[in-house]
Design a protein around this ligand. Structure first.
Ligand SMILES: Cc1cc2nc3c(=O)[nH]c(=O)nc-3n(C[C@H](O)[C@H](O)[C@H](O)COP(=O)(O)OP(=O)(O)OC[C@H]3O[C@@H](n4cnc5c(N)ncnc54)[C@H](O)[C@@H]3O)c2cc1C
Length: 466
């Protein structure tokens, strides 16, 4: 008796078993799974993201192994890798869940067309979004560029049904695999501190979600979400990026328990959908401003101010706290992301792409759509962007959202003895207070890298010139 030919399940940004439509269909056959480290990707995962991927693939391999399914690792051009695998195993079909990055879309089209010609069926599915980016259109059949009507339209649609984990039948023959360690993802600089903050993998994702739902996360979300010292948000973003949970699972689970009360939280998933919608329709978003007039913006080039920003040495405590939190944990509170991003672009006049790149390398949730859209939003050159004259005053933002300086003191310990109001602007503190606090500006903590009033005026002039 000849053995049934296997299907190939190609894992990408869907590193889970539950609610995985590609897995659901691949499981109609005996199958094996592959993860390909794509060496052609123009936006390969950055350092912190690679750490996450390494851990998450380890967890996925283990849970597939427990169900008798082999997860193999290969590196290279995915088309070549899949060709080799399909030939080696005489595969009967290839299945994956869609990615929406411009490079991935073109790559996958090419792969699909190659295998279709070869008579090997390829099928792709939506495993990452509530709605496909092309399924939502304005009345004039174009893409949305304003969030509120997009959000309204999104809520009027039906989201996919959840797919349970089917019975899985592994292919009996072993397929050769590179070791996960050989993909070059394993922890470098960040390993230890990231390990303390996160648990990558499907199990860790569910623990996060359940914790958020069982605690007062959803009920208190609207009240707490803007305060970085409160644990007021879900921390699900890296799990969502790598598809350890689907937005559909989060949506159903949360609205089943909380109904309309969950909307302020679910609205954030709406922003995620909006970002993917924009990236799909404007594929140059990661590098080019959506508003072309910004091509003429008089950006500065300054390696010193960029370094001060990256290392949390700007002299503005909230900005420094955020940048240090990012370095230490691979994440940063959303409110603080807005403040540090605005500071880079408007106070330092450094191009938003520099900030985008740094976030790409250091965030565990680095996501091409969310990152590019958020940076353009803050810079004022994106869709539904913050008006150009909105220039956050970092000291006022910090007074408003971290008034007692709890968050600042956690990440900028050299200021921990200062209290309101000087914790927000140490350069305004009388000398005796600084002395008592053991702070010598310029030595133990920097003077502000740029004066706020000067920076504000300069940015407004530059922006008006557009
Ligand atoms: C300059 C800048 C860069 C950013 N870069 C990224 C990035 O690379 N990856 C990323 O996932 N988010 C990014 N964000 C959006 C946001 O800061 C994070 O999604 C959020 O802080 C993650 O924390 P959470 O999971 O606790 O979010 P929650 O508040 O619990 O929200 C739930 C989920 O909704 C999504 N979400 C929340 N806010 C946004 C938003 N503004 N835009 C899109 N989706 C959102 C995330 O998937 C998040 O996990 C960026 C924001 C800014 C201002």
């Amino acid at each position: 008796m000849t053995e049934e030919k296997p299907a190939i399940l190609w894992f990408r940004q869907d590193l889970r078993l539950a609610d995985n439509p590609a897995l659901h269909v691949a499981a109609n056959h005996p199958f094996f799974a592959v993860y390909i480290w794509d060496e052609q990707d123009p936006w390969p995962p950055g350092g912190a993201s690679r750490w996450w991927l390494y851990k998450s693939l380890g967890a996925l391999k283990q849970s597939l192994h427990e169900r008798g399914i082999q997860l193999i690792f290969r590196r290279g051009n995915p088309l070549h890798v899949l060709k080799t695998l399909a030939q080696e195993t005489k595969a009967c079909g290839i299945y994956w869940n869609r990615c929406y990055e411009p490079y991935a879309i073109n790559r996958d089209k090419e792969i699909k067309s190659y295998f279709t010609k070869e008579g090997i069926p390829c099928q792709s599915f939506n495993g990452s979004l509530l709605v496909e980016p092309w399924e939502i259109q304005t009345k004039t059949k174009g893409p949305y560029q304003v969030f509120t009507p997009f959000w309204k339209a999104l809520q009027s649609l039906n989201f996919p049904k959840l797919t349970p984990i089917p019975d899985l039948q592994g292919w009996k023959t072993d397929v050769s695999s590179e070791a996960l360690e050989e993909l070059g993802l394993s922890p470098t600089l960040w390993g230890q501190s990231l390990e303390e903050a996160w648990q990558p993998g499907e199990k860790g994702a569910w623990e996060r979600l359940n914790h958020f739902l069982e605690d007062d996360g959803v009920e208190a979300y609207a009240r707490k979400r803007d305060y970085p010292s409160e644990n007021g948000t879900s921390h699900l973003s890296p799990h969502l990026h790598w598809g350890e949970l689907s937005p559909t699972q989060i949506w159903h689970q949360t609205s089943q328990i909380y109904g309309a009360e969950a909307l302020p939280f679910l609205r954030q998933l709406g922003w995620r959908e909006f970002s993917y919608h924009l990236l799909f329709h404007f594929p140059e978003l990661p590098s080019k401003p959506l508003r072309p007039s910004f091509d003429r913006f008089p950006w500065e080039e300054n390696a010193d101010t960029l370094k001060a920003w990256q290392t949390g040495q700007t002299g503005y405590p909230l900005v420094d706290a955020g940048m240090r939190e990012l370095w230490h944990t691979g994440s940063m509170h959303n409110r603080v992301r807005m403040v540090v991003a605005s500071f880079l672009v408007k106070h330092l006049l450094l191009p938003w792409q520099k900030g985008e790149e740094w976030f790409w390398d250091t965030l565990v949730d680095a996501d091409l759509a969310n990152n590019a859209v958020s940076w353009q939003w803050v810079a004022g050159c994106g869709a539904d962007a913050a008006p150009y004259f909105r220039i956050f005053n970092p000291s006022l933002q910090s007074q408003k959202f971290d008034s007692e300086g709890i968050y600042i003191k956690q990440w900028v310990p050299e200021l921990h003895v200062l209290d309101f109001p000087y914790i927000h602007s140490p350069w305004q503190a009388p000398i005796e207070i600084l002395e008592r606090a053991g702070i010598e500006l310029g030595t133990t903590y920097p003077f502000p890298i740029v004066d706020h009033a000067f920076a504000r005026k300069r940015a407004l002039e530059a922006l008006r010139s557009l």
